[in-house]
Design a protein around this ligand. Sequence first.
Ligand SMILES: Cc1ncc(COP(=O)(O)O)c(C=O)c1O
Length: 413
Amino acid sequence: MTPITRAHLERLDGDDVLAGARAEFVLPEGVVYLGGNSLGALPRHAAGRVRATVEVEWGQGLVGSWNRAGWFDKPTVVGDRLARLVGADAGEVLATDSTSINLFKTLAAALALRPGRTAIVAETSSFPTDLYMLEGLADLLGGYERRLVDSESDLREALDDNVAVVLVNHVDYRLGRLQDMAGLTEAAHRHGVLTVWDLCHSAGALPVRLNECGADFAVGCTYKYLNGGPGSPAFLYAAKRHQEQARQPLSGWFGHAEPFTFVTGYAPSEGIRRFGTGTPPILSYVPLEASLDIWEKVDLGAIRAKSLELTDLFMELVAERCGEFGVEVASPRDPDSRGSQVSVRHKESYAIMRALIDREVIGDFRAPDMMRFGFTPLYTRYTDVWDAVETLHDVLATESWRDPRFAIRATVT
Ligand SMILES: Cc1ncc(COP(=O)(O)O)c(C=O)c1O
């Protein structure tokens, strides 16, 4: 096999059908940004759009902008734009709240659709907030058994006719392992179990096919691969077939059928709007809308193809260049089981990642021993992969990570 060279990767960047998308983002010169699985980059038009929203819609339009600037409809309008990216139809996605809150709402709605069943299945490898929200809800409702399992085969085995809901992370945050949405949904439905999917690490990273797979509910954030900005609104999905029956307990006025009649009793809105709760954070939708303008020009098949090429390349180069220093690629090699991040294990991962960040190669660290590198095909270049691995090699070979300042723990890792 001919060895990979930087010149070869420069040619791949030159031929990349997604190369134009990179120009739509603000990326600091000299930085290799592999943190898009944590916080996506800033869309170039976002700042101007926020400024216009503040100065024109708020400053001039004042309260009238709830009607005239379409503020009231943002959660459904933005939800419809997100729907294409997760394989849903218009009217099935609401852009609202945080992922944690949306987990609470969808889990509660799903449990209520399966009265008499008393078990909930989830994975121990779930992002912790998923398990915390599940715990809080189960404690509040009382009488539910939480079955936490360690692997996909355990997940399948834990399903039976007493299980109401299974909560699955489509791509897990530590290893970037991709679950079989179609197969698991079918296995769940065989027992009458409803599925809630957490799409935080798959929305915008690969084509998600909620309706094709028969999924019931889903949640996800928009600040990672979708580039909506820090704290941008999350989303939730409820399949059309469940919407009329579904009830969620955070029954605020934005989920009411007629919020401006100010009646004392709650009546859920028709459709996906019933999953709304309180006043939407209008300014936080605006960078996400700027990002969705970019997403609308992009083919998700091209995203997936490039994502797999970038992650393959990174895994191959890390094994080749850095294997001798005790680093180990922990993410799945099988493309069908891989999201768009590569996790690398080393007992000194924290200090190594700090040293990399000091050299402007940005990834992150997850306890106890994992470095994570996110590959965002919209703006990651093939040469970024090369430069990241060369810097990693240098940090390991020179042991520059031993500098005591790299051992100091930051609040956010
Ligand atoms: C899988 C997953 N779920 C949920 C969250 C966070 O949820 P929230 O948007 O409520 O902070 C994250 C954050 O990284 C995540 O990776």
